[in-house]
Write a protein that binds this ligand. Structure first.
Ligand code: SAH
Ligand code: DHB
Ligand code: MG
Length: 199
C-alpha cells in the first residue's frame, strides 16, 4: 500500500486517495459482506482498489473504471507490484461510455459498489450502481461531508452540490436504505454514505 502511494506521488497524481483508515474500512466491508464482485467508479492510482482487492478470495474480482489514461497506467503498475493483476479489471475511458459497455457485456450483478469519482456526476453513478446491483448490494459513496460543507444550503461548489443532489436522491429512492458516517483523519473531516439496495 505504501509503495502504491509512493508511485502515485512520483507520477504526480493528486493525493486524493482514501486514507489508510478509510481503505481499511473498505477492506473490512468486503470481508463483512463476503463480496466477490466489486465495482469501483474511478481508480486514480488504485490505492482504494488495492485495499478492496486485498480482501477478495481467489474467485473474486474488482472492476474499476478510470477516465485518465495516465492515472490508469500508474494504477496498472501498482496492481502488478501487488501481484493483484488477475483479480482487478481496469477499464479506461469515460464512465459514461464504460458503464453501458459493461452492462451490455453482462457484467454484474455487483455485490459492492464504491463510488469515488467526479462528484457532479454522483447521481448518474448511483443510478448505474442500482442498475448493476441486486437486492442486497452494498453501495458506498465517498466524500459526503466535505468539512461540513455538505449542510450549506447555499453551496456553490459543484462537487458539494453534486453530492447534495446524490443525498437527496437517496432520501427519495425507496430502494436505497442509507446512512452517512463522518470520518476525521489524515484527509481531514469527511465521510462516506453507505447504503443497501432493496428489492
Ligand atoms: N478511489 C481512488 C481515488 C479516486 S480520485 C482512491 O481512493 O485511491 C477520483 C478520480 O476521478 C481521479 O482519478 C480523476 O481522474 C477522476 N476524475 C475526477 N474528476 C473527473 C471528471 N470531471 N471527469 C472524469 N474523471 C474525473
Ligand atoms: C477530492 C476527491 C476525492 O475523491 C477525495 O476523496 C478527496 C478530494 C477532490 O476532488 O478534491
Ligand atoms: Mg474520494
Amino acid at each position: 500500500m505504501e509503495a502504491a502511494l509512493a508511485a502515485n506521488a512520483e507520477a504526480g497524481l493528486p493525493a486524493i486517495d482514501v486514507s489508510a483508515a478509510q481503505g481499511k474500512y473498505l477492506q473490512l466491508l468486503v470481508r463483512m459482506t463476503g463480496a466477490k464482485r466489486i465495482l469501483e467508479v474511478r481508480t486514480l492510482g488504485g490505492y482504494s482498489t488495492l485495499w478492496m482487492a486485498s480482501a477478495l478470495t481467489e474467485d473474486g474480482q474488482v472492476v474499476t473504471l478510470e477516465y485518465d489514461p495516465r492515472h490508469a497506467e500508474v494504477a496498472r503498475g501498482n496492481f502488478a507490484r501487488a501481484g493483484f493483476e488477475e483479480r482487478i479489471a481496469l477499464h479506461v475511458g469515460a464512465a459514461a461510455d464504460t458503464l453501458p459497455k459493461l452492462t451490455e457485456a453482462g457484467a454484474g450483478p455487483f455485490d459492492l459498489v464504491f463510488i469515488d469519482a467526479d462528484k457532479p456526476s454522483n447521481v448518474i453513478y448511483l443510478k448505474w450502481a442500482m442498475k448493476l446491483g441486486r437486492p442486497g448490494t452494498v453501495i458506498v459513496l465517498d466524500n459526503v461531508i466535505r468539512g461540513g460543507g455538505i449542510i450549506d444550503p447555499n453551496a456553490t461548489d459543484h462537487s458539494v452540490m453534486g453530492t447534495q443532489a446524490a443525498l437527496a436522491m437517496i432520501a427519495n429512492e425507496p430502494r436505497l436504505n442509507a446512512t452517512a458516517l463522518q470520518t476525521v483523519g489524515t484527509k481531514g473531516w469527511d465521510g462516506f454514505a453507505i447504503m443497501i439496495l432493496d428489492a
